[in-house]
Design a binder for this molecule. Sequence first.
Ligand SMILES: Cc1cc2nc3c(=O)[nH]c(=O)nc-3n(C[C@H](O)[C@H](O)[C@H](O)COP(=O)(O)O)c2cc1C
Length: 223
Amino acid sequence: MSESALFRDVVRNRHSVRSFLPAPVADAVIRSVLEEAQLAPSNCNTQPWQVHIVSGAKLDVLSRRILADEEAGRHTPDFSFGTYPGVYGQRLKAQGAAYYQAIGVSREATEDRRTASLYNLKFFGAPHVALLFMPAVGDNVRVAGDVGMYGQTFLLSLTAHGLGGIPQTMLGYYADTIRGLLGIEPSMKMLFGISFGHPDKTSAANRYRIGKASIEENVIFHS
Ligand SMILES: Cc1cc2nc3c(=O)[nH]c(=O)nc-3n(C[C@H](O)[C@H](O)[C@H](O)COP(=O)(O)O)c2cc1C
């Protein structure tokens, strides 16, 4: 198989996994994914990511603490989510609708929707989460871009290893609790997390694929 065919398979097979098997990933495989993610590009090679891998009993404690935060309405995000205008807002809504339809939750079933949303805080059943922190620099845009590069490299490496992951901005809503539990410096800001593990391929949550815009919607050619 040519190199580009391998790349095409990995990039096309990657998708957001929202249901995992409980079996942990071998330490050596996690290290291999981390080695590959470490090759991500960054502004002036600054590599401004600090990654916390949480597994086992610590992951259970983390889940309980952030669920308690959610219950109490205690949100401490380092970065606001904002409101997406126009077509971006439309895509956001379409994504939510497609997911809930795939898992059989109707628009009216508000309690079921909340339960499904709270599954974020149980890491979708994954045995591991990578929490991506960054130093605050200027208006944070450059560093956040670098951490995004890291995140995608991490996700593609997971896919290449037959694993799956889900990036989660939602985990960042509990940044203070996460910093407190893991002893992370207040100067390190949380951008998002990636729950990861072996995908449960039988789950309806993993059997649907969200559509993507055509090149024409995002690319303008100039000559
Ligand atoms: C930075 C980032 C944060 C995200 N946060 C969440 C999240 O909190 N919860 C969730 O269910 N999906 C989250 N997603 C997944 C997106 O919904 C998903 O990437 C998008 O719908 C495209 O689907 P695909 O990943 O299968 O291509 C996030 C994705 C990214 C890139």
